[in-house]
Every structure is written in C-alpha cells, then in structure tokens.
Design a protein around this ligand. Structure first.
Ligand code: ADP
Ligand code: MG
Length: 487
C-alpha cells in the first residue's frame, strides 16, 4: 500500500497486513512528520446491475391496456393495476451512492503517543473505548439509527470555554451564550444547591455571603472542578432542550488542542452525564478556522490564533489537518491578573477580578495613543489606609501591565510558524492570520500582531462565537465531520 507524507510528500510503502483495524500512527522517516494511517477496507465486489424488466403492455391478470395503467404505489416500489389491483412490476428506486472512504492524516498534534510504523509496525494502543465514539457505528458519523434519532433530537455543538459557554443547535443556530460560572449555596456545611448559573452567577462573583460561592469550574481551558462543571453543563443543556426531552442529542464539544487524555475524558463524562447520546471532541483551532470560513481543506497555510479566557491556541491547518500547533495557558484571565498585580505594585491598590476585566475591556489597547491615552475611573481598596478609594488609570498603563502576555502570544505564533514547512508558510499571505476568541476584541490587537510578526493579521467577524459556529458547521456537514472530528 502506498502512503504519502502530508508534510514532505515523500512516498512510502507499507505492508497493509501490518496495519491494525483501528489504524496506526506513523512517522515519516525523512522529515519526522507524524500522521495517522487508516486501514483500507477491501471494496465489496460491484453489485450486479439489474436488467430492467421488459416494458408492460397490459395487465397480466385482467388484460387492462397499458395506456390506462399508472404506477400507483411508487413509494412501495411496485406498479399496481387500477382495475384489479394486481401487483405488476417492481419499481427500482434510486439508491444513494456510497461515500468514498477518506484517507485521513493528522499533523504534529496527533492524539496519543505516536509510533513510527515504518520502523516498529506496532499497533495503536487499544484506547478507542468511548473516546472513539464514532467507531460505535463503524466510523460513520451518522448511521441510520443516528439519522432517525437526530431527526427528533436537537444535536448540539458546545464551546465550553473558560469564560463563556455557547451552544449551537442544529437547524436553529446559537441558542445560548452564557458565562461559565456557577453559584451555589452550602447547606449545613455538607450538601450544596445551585442558586444560579451563567450571567446571573457571574454578577454574584466577589459579592456573595459566606455560605454562597460563585465559581468558574473551567480553568485554563479545561475542567478544574468536575462536579460543578457537570452541574453547569446540565443546567445549560436543560435550558435549550426543553422541547425534546425524550431524545438524547449528540454533542460535539470544542476543546483546547493541548489537553491531556484525562482532561478529554473529563469533558466527555460531563457531557454524557448531562444527557448526551454520543460525545465528539473537536480541537478549538480547527473549529475556529472553520468558523472563520478559512479554506481548511486546501493546501494553503490557514493560521488561526484563538485567544480566549484561559488558553491561547495557535495552529496552522492545511488539507483538513493540523500541521503545527501550540496551546499556551496565557490569555484573557492572565491579562486580568496582570492588571491586578500592576495596580497593586504601582499604586498599592487592590481591585477585584471583575474590575480588572472591565478595565481591560474598556480601555485595553495593544497600541494605545501615548500622547492622549484613554482614561478610566477605578474603584479600589487602598492597602495603606485600608479604605475604599477611587483612582484614575490610563490605557498606556494597562498596555504596560499586559506586555508580558502579549509577548507570550507572539512567541507562540513564531514557534508555530517555525515548525510549519516553508512551502506552506509562504502561502500565509493569501489568507492572513485570523484572530478569534474574546481577546481578539482588544483594541488594535491585529495592528500589534501584524507589526511584530510582519504578516497580515485580521480579526474574525464575531470572534466570541467563531468556535461554536465552526463546531456547528461541522455538525451540519457529514463530510467535514468525518475529516476533522477527533475519533
Ligand atoms: P473562552 O473561550 O475561554 O470562554 P472567550 O473566547 O469567550 O473565552 O473570551 C473571553 C475573554 O475575552 C475574557 O478574558 C474576556 O475578558 C475577553 N474579552 C471579551 N471582550 C473583550 C474586549 N472587548 N477586549 C478585550 N478582551 C475582551
Ligand atoms: Mg474559547
């Protein structure tokens, strides 16, 4: 069997007998690229073409003339005589053509440990279990049973972000956009009950009495508190699933590309507990690229930088796979913490997390006007006097505070570009680098990144919902689903 390396295009021969049924990870010996090889299933012999029956001239039973016969029960696949109701002829119904099997290869960030097939030929570890959910229906995302159930249930795409959770329902679009926050009340120090989720819970942050806690169950893009995350997901899903409680939906969830197998499992289990029939994961940069409308299946450099609350995901995508990527746990939340630290260091003032975020959103600017910067009034707590005070902060100071985080993002972008084959990097000028995620709304961020990298940079149209839109598009298209969803 001939295999071509997706990166250097070198051709290799692999003995098909050495490829296990579930496929195998391989490494190209000349260039070191890793990719996944699927076993080619032998094609079934072509179906014999049925010779059409001779045209009818008259009913065989009552000898009614053909001119008066009509195919009455076409949907039941036969023609019936009008006069005597005798079944006369089978009607061939057109069959949908079977889809071409897709040879899928993934890039540097292929899941699990990669093995050099050409050297070792070792089979992939049997980690498929539920992680490879589509394998339950033979690798096809929509079997007949699934199609039937999907008709009644609302399959959903979820962007389970550190800061915001968005839900997209098939045939309906984005139906939920809430903060990823849960507030619960402790009962006698033992049990607890959820009092609010989403935006209502976020408003409570930092203002709750001692027996009520408002927390964010997601940290750094992954589940930090499994139980609370499950409750939050449950509450959101209940909100959008009111009308179809009996049919469980399939869910596709966007996760950071750098998360561990344990973290992937935690996301899947949370969704299963929240009532999912099957859970699929898609990496955030892939969903972001699809949502931003990049031509991900073409052989060009599609570079996306998703800067959310907990993580920044940088990836180059080509031919439907991730060629190179990097996920760093520095993003909007780190910027808020940096503003908080800066104010404490410079003015000896303490402000809350929400105030720091508000400062970033209101006057944050990657290239502020140094002569006449924007200013904002901030309410804080003076450490020395121990009293609440009001002070003024300007955009240049905020820029100074978040300098380290901006540089970390630039470094990640440069690293990914370095790891991308030069042939591909040369095409980045065509599509430009696309910024998604909430921090993409930081003023002049595109200008700053374009100046530091020397490449064209643009912000996606609606950076906060690009990932969920991309995951939703994947849910709607079976071909895209097969190509990009992690199995
Ligand atoms: P996640 O996917 O992790 O939930 P999002 O993509 O929803 O993150 O982005 C949330 C982050 O974007 C937060 O840190 C928030 O403060 C930040 N953010 C939202 N709007 C703006 C803005 N106008 N300027 C700067 N940062 C913003
Ligand atoms: Mg996000």
């Amino acid at each position: 069997m001939k295999i071509q390396c997706p990166r250097c295009k070198a051709a290799h021969r692999v003995d098909p007998a050495r490829i296990p049924d579930g496929g195998i990870h391989a490494r190209c010996t000349p260039c070191g690229a890793r990719f996944f090889i699927r076993k080619k299933t032998p094609q079934p012999p072509p179906r014999p073409v049925a010779t059409p029956p001779p045209p009818l001239t008259a009913c065989a039973n009552c000898e009614q003339k053909i001119g008066k016969l009509e195919p009455r029960h076409k949907f039941r696949s036969h023609i019936v005589c009008h006069e005597c109701h005798q079944r006369l002829q089978q009607v061939e119904r057109p069959r949908p053509a079977a889809p071409e099997p897709v040879q899928r290869s993934s890039g540097d960030n292929a899941r699990g440990s990669s093995l050099d097939t050409f050297r070792t030929g070792l089979p992939r570890p049997a980690a498929k279990s539920q992680d490879a959910s589509p394998s339950r229906n033979g690798g096809r995302p929509l079997g007949f049973r699934d199609q039937f159930l999907s008709f009644f249930s609302h399959d959903m795409a979820i962007d389970l972000g550190t800061a915001n959770t968005l839900v997209y329902l098939r045939r309906r679009g984005i139906v939920l956009n809430e903060s990823s926050v849960v507030a619960f009340r402790m009962i006698n120090g033992h049990g607890r009950e959820v009092v609010a989720v989403g935006l209502d819970a976020k408003r409570m942050m930092g203002k709750t009495p001692s027996n009520v806690k408002a927390i964010r169950p997601m940290r750094d893009g992954v589940i930090a508190d499994f139980e609370v995350a499950g409750e939050m997901l449950n509450a959101f899903i209940r909100k959008v699933r009111r009308r179809t409680p009996f049919f469980k939906p399939r869910m596709i969830i966007a996760v950071p590309s750098g998360i561990t197998q344990v973290e992937r499992r935690a996301v899947k289990e949370s969704a299963e507990q929240a009532g999912a029939r099957a859970v699929f994961l898609i990496s955030e940069p892939m969903a972001a690229a699809i949502g931003a409308g990049l031509p991900i299946t073409e052989a060009t450099c599609n570079m996306v930088v998703d800067i959310g609350g907990g993580t920044t995901e940088v990836a180059v995508i080509s031919l439907g796979g991730i060629v190179a990527s990097r996920s760093i746990r520095i993003a909007g939340d780190e910027m808020d913490a940096a503003i908080l630290r800066y104010i404490k260091r410079k003015y000896n003032f303490i402000i809350g997390e929400r105030t720091a975020e508000m400062v970033k959103i209101r006057i944050g600017n990657a290239c502020p006007d140094e002569t006449n910067p924007e200013r904002i009034e901030v309410k804080g707590w003076e450490v020395m006097s121990g009293r609440p005070r009001i002070f003024w902060l300007n955009a240049v100071e905020v820029r100074e505070a978040i300098e380290e985080q901006l540089q970390a993002i630039v470094e990640a972008m440069k690293m990914v570009l370095d790891r991308t084959p030069q042939e591909l990097t040369a095409t980045v000028i065509d599509n430009g680098i696309v910024i998604t995620g909430g921090v993409g709304l930081l003023k002049n961020l595109d200008q700053f990144l374009a100046e530091t990298t020397g490449l064209p940079v643009r912000v996606a149209d609606d950076p906060l919902s690009t990932i969920v839109m991309g995951s939703g598009k994947t849910l709607d298209s079976a071909a895209l689903f097969r190509q990009v969803v992690d199995v």
